[in-house]
Design a protein around this ligand. Structure first.
Ligand code: ATP
Ligand code: MG
Length: 464
C-alpha cells in the first residue's frame, strides 16, 4: 500500500481541453443544490476557480439527481476556511474543506496533483506522509480520476462544462473508459474494477473493452484490498438502489469470486439453483424498498449472500454426525470468519446475521410454546422475511412460510387452539431437541455446548 510515487509527475495522459458552452449542454442551476451554488459563487467572487466535479456533473448531464455535489477549486483548504465561517477542515493526509449548511455538507477539494491515485490510500514515501506538491493543476486533478465520465468539470464562472480527457463523448456513448492505461490504473487501485462494474450497472453504461479485459487477470488483486473499503463498496453495489443489476454485473464479470468467494462457489455449483433465485429475489426486494424510501440493513443482505454456502456446509456437518445445534453455530462462525477476511462486516451486523440464520431451523418447530416464543423474538421479523426468500428451496418450505404468515394474523387464541391440536411430527420432535436452544442461550455469555452421543438422529433441522 505504501509504494513511493514520484510527486512531480506531469499528467501521465495527454490532456486536450474541450469546453462545452452553456447553451450546448443540459445542466441547469435549478438542479444544483442551493448550498453548493453558494459555495461555488463565493469562491468565484473571491477570485478562485470553482467547479462542480465527478459524479454530480455526470449525473446532471444524464438528467439524474445527484446525491452529493463535490466541488473542486484552486483555493487551498485554508483559503476556503477563511471564506466560510461554517467550514471545518478534515483529513490528515489530504485536507478537505467541509462547508456546513444545516444538514447539508458541501465538500470542497483543492485540485490534486497527479501523484495522487485517488484511492485515498497513498501519499506515503518511506512511511512518511508527503504533503508537499500534493496540490496540482486542474489538468492533474482530471487525470488522476478513474473514468473519463467522472472527470468533467462544471465551471461556475461561465456555466460551461470542461472536459480534459474525452469524458463528454464517452458520456454520450454511455461508455466507461479509464483515464490512462487500464492495467496500470487497476494495479494502483484494484477497487476501480468494482467501481466500473457498479457504475455500469447503475448508469446502464457499457465498460469499454480495454477496461473490461484486465478483470480476469487482475481481479485477484481485490483479495488484498482493504476489507473496510470493500465493505463500503459492497454497500454501494447492493444497497444503493441497483442491487440486482450490480449482482448480475458482478457475477458475469467474474469479480464476485474475488470479493465473495464462498457465494461465487456456491453459485457455480449446478448453476446455483434455489440460492441464485433467493439472491435475486432478495435484491429485487431491497431495490424496491430503497425506491420507496424504506430502510434496509446490510445484515439482511449479507445473510442472503452467504446463505448458500452456510446451508451446504451445515448439511455436510450434520451428515457427518455433528449435532445440529453445534453444526449451525460452528458453520455460521466459520462462514463469517472467512467472509470478513475479504469484506469487513461490522460486528453489530454480524450479530444480526447470526440471529437471522440461527432462527431459520426454529421455524420448523411448531409446538405451541415454541411458536409463541419465536413470534415474540426481537429478530422474528427479519428472520421471517428471510424464510420467505427461501421459498424456492423446496415446496415444503414455501408451505412453511405460508403457515407463519397466517400465524401472525391468526390472533393469539385462534393460534393457540390450532396449535393445541397440531400433532408434532416425529421430525418436529427430534428437531425440537436438537435445535431449540440454538438462539435461546443467554447473549454475550459463552454457551455450553452439549454433545449428545446420538446427535445424528436429529438429522437436518430443516425439512428438505
Ligand atoms: P456515485 O454516484 O456512486 O457517488 P461517484 O463517481 O460520485 O459515484 P464517488 O465515490 O462519490 O463516486 O467519487 C467521486 C469522484 O471521485 C468520482 O467521480 C471520481 O472522479 C473520483 N474517484 C472516486 N474514487 C476514485 C478512485 N478509486 N480512483 C480515482 N478516482 C476516484
Ligand atoms: Mg459521489
Amino acid at each position: 500500500m505504501t509504494q513511493a510515487v514520484p510527486t512531480s509527475n506531469p499528467p501521465a495522459v495527454p490532456v486536450h481541453l474541450r469546453i462545452v458552452p452553456r447553451e450546448q449542454h443540459s445542466i441547469s442551476r435549478k438542479n444544483i443544490s442551493a448550498a453548493s451554488l453558494r459555495v461555488l459563487y463565493r469562491l468565484n467572487e473571491a477570485g478562485f476557480a470553482a467547479h462542480l466535479v465527478g459524479g454530480a456533473v455526470r449525473d446532471l448531464l444524464l438528467g439524474g439527481r445527484p446525491k452529493d455535489f463535490d466541488i473542486a477549486t484552486n483555493a487551498t483548504p485554508e483559503d476556503v476556511k477563511r471564506l466560510f465561517r461554517n467550514c471545518r477542515l478534515i483529513g490528515r493526509r489530504f485536507r478537505l474543506a467541509h462547508v456546513v449548511f444545516g444538514n447539508e455538507i458541501v465538500e470542497v477539494a483543492t485540485f490534486r496533483g497527479s501523484s495522487d491515485d485517488g484511492s485515498g490510500d497513498r501519499h506515503v514515501v518511506d512511511g512518511r506522509i508527503v504533503r508537499d506538491n500534493v496540490y496540482g493543476s486542474i489538468e492533474e486533478d482530471a487525470v488522476r480520476r478513474d473514468f473519463t465520465v467522472n472527470a468533467l468539470y462544471y465551471d461556475i464562472a461561465d456555466f460551461s462544462v470542461r472536459d480534459y480527457v474525452g469524458g463528454y463523448e464517452d458520456l454520450a456513448r454511455r461508455e466507461l473508459r479509464l483515464i490512462g492505461d487500464p492495467v496500470q490504473r487497476y494495479r494502483e487501485d484494484p477497487v476501480r474494477m468494482l467501481r466500473a462494474v457498479r457504475l455500469a450497472a447503475k448508469l446502464d453504461f457499457s465498460i469499454a473493452p480495454e477496461a473490461r479485459a484486465p478483470f480476469d487477470e487482475l481481479g485477484e488483486l481485490l483479495l488484498q484490498a482493504p476489507p473496510a473499503r470493500l465493505f463500503d463498496e459492497s454497500l454501494k453495489l447492493f444497497l444503493a438502489g441497483s442491487g440486482l443489476k450490480s449482482f448480475h454485473a458482478l457475477d458475469s464479470s467474474g469479480l464476485l469470486a474475488d470479493v465473495f468467494p464462498l457465494t461465487a462457489r456456491a453459485l457455480a455449483f449446478r448453476g446455483g439453483g434455489a440460492f441464485r433465485a433467493m439472491i435475486e429475489r432478495g435484491l429485487a426486494g431491497t431495490d424496491a424498498r430503497i425506491a420507496e424510501g424504506k430502510s434496509v440493513t446490510p445484515a439482511f443482505l449479507f445473510a442472503i449472500l452467504l446463505w448458500g454456502p452456510l446451508r451446504a456446509q451445515v448439511d455436510r456437518e450434520i451428515a457427518k454426525g455433528v449435532d445440529a445445534t453445534l453444526a449451525w453455530q460452528r458453520v455460521s462462525q466459520q462462514v463469517m470468519t472467512e467472509q470478513t477476511r475479504h469484506v469487513a462486516i461490522p460486528r453489530r451486523f454480524g450479530v444480526m446475521m447470526h440471529e437471522i440464520w440461527l432462527l431459520q431451523p426454529r421455524f420448523e418447530l411448531r409446538q405451541k410454546k415454541r411458536v409463541f416464543r419465536l413470534l415474540a423474538h426481537p429478530r422474528f421479523r427479519a428472520a421471517y422475511d428471510f424464510l420467505l426468500l427461501r421459498a424456492d428451496e423446496s415446496p415444503e418450505l414455501a408451505q412453511l412460510g405460508e403457515w407463519w404468515t397466517q400465524a401472525q394474523t391468526a390472533g393469539h387464541d385462534a393460534l393457540a387452539a390450532q396449535l393445541g391440536t397440531l400433532v408434532p411430527t416425529q421430525a418436529d420432535a427430534a428437531d425440537a431437541e436438537a435445535v431449540a436452544d440454538i438462539t435461546d442461550a443467554p447473549k454475550k455469555r459463552p454457551r455450553r455446548r452439549r454433545r449428545r452421543p446420538d446427535a445424528s438422529a436429529g438429522a437436518s433441522p430443516t425439512a428438505e
